[in-house]
Design a binder for this molecule. Structure first.
Ligand SMILES: Cc1cc2nc3c(=O)[nH]c(=O)nc-3n(C[C@H](O)[C@H](O)[C@H](O)COP(=O)(O)OP(=O)(O)OC[C@H]3O[C@@H](n4cnc5c(N)ncnc54)[C@H](O)[C@@H]3O)c2cc1C
Length: 245
């Protein structure tokens, strides 16, 4: 699919008519929003996104220490937020610093300095290997206010997205795609609860995720003066999500 052109998904006569950027038109009885954390289809249908604590990932591709065969994700807490680094199948590395949205600009300009101040990560990912410019992406968790509606359903990050610290995104995206397909099949067969059960299943995943995230953030007590860690803990425990208009 080449992408949906703006304003072209009217529903009528039980059929979605979708105009692609390629100018082709596709018709379907069901619409599945699998467009990632932007949830662009559901949001164009007027569904709000409930956002958890804001989180921005400042990331770069680079090179790990020469000869490094690191086969796991490395995570390190710093006063500004948390680092996450991994070696990719092509032997490059990806290194990401997660910070408060208000701190993103400054942290982006100090990215290499903050890396040099890490205790462990800099050993595996020396600053000299990360000369590319920093890229920025929204990394906060959240969920759609409604996970399904009349002949549409959301799955993956579109439905529910996670703080990368949880490492839960890809697995849940794939599994929820399968479960969404099953829910549609159930609904088509006349199971009146198929869609509601799907939503309840995702709600339970989110509940467990939020509990575990709170436990993870509670482990870091070293920087009582750090706004990132203080706010993170208060936010996860307080569960006070903001809603997009
Ligand atoms: C910094 C960071 C680190 C992460 N680390 C991990 C990790 O270690 N482990 C893990 O499991 N998860 C991780 N995740 C989460 C993981 O990347 C996502 O959960 C996963 O990619 C979600 O898959 P998805 O298919 O739902 O969405 P996406 O991968 O976002 O795919 C959505 C697709 O839809 C397309 N699209 C969007 N809008 C339209 C449109 N209007 N028309 C047509 N196509 C459209 C996009 O181009 C894209 O191809 C991380 C996320 C971030 C931000």
């Amino acid at each position: 699919m080449e992408g949906v052109a703006h304003g072209d998904i009217p529903a009528g006569n039980g059929v979605w008519r979708i105009a692609l950027k390629s100018r082709e038109t596709v018709e379907a009885r069901w619409l599945i929003d699998a467009t990632g954390r932007g949830a662009s289809l559901a949001r164009r249908l007027g569904v709000r996104k409930v956002r958890d604590e804001g989180l921005i990932a400042l990331w770069r591709f680079g090179l790990p220490r020469s000869g490094e065969r690191c086969n796991r994700t490395l995570i390190e807490a710093v006063p500004e937020g948390s680092w996450y680094g991994a070696v990719l199948p092509d032997d490059r590395a990806v290194l990401s610093l997660h910070v408060r949205p208000d701190d993103a600009h400054l942290a982006g300009s100090l990215w290499l300095d903050i890396l040099r101040r890490t205790r462990f990560l800099r050993e595996f990912f020396p600053a000299e290997g990360f000369v590319e410019s920093t890229r920025t992406v929204d990394a906060g968790g959240g969920r759609l206010a409604a996970l399904y509606g009349d002949a549409w359903i959301a799955c993956g990050d579109a439905a529910i997205s996670f703080d990368p610290l949880s490492s839960q995104g890809i697995y849940t995206a794939m599994y929820s795609g399968m479960m969404a397909a099953r829910a549609i099949a159930g609904s088509v067969r006349g199971d009146a609860l198929a869609l509601a059960n799907y939503a309840a299943w995702l709600d339970e995943i989110r509940r467990v995720y939020r509990d575990r995230l709170a436990d993870s953030y509670a482990m870091v007590e070293r920087w009582p003066e750090s706004r990132f860690w203080v706010e993170r803990l208060a936010g996860v425990h307080g569960d006070r999500p903001a809603e997009d208009p």
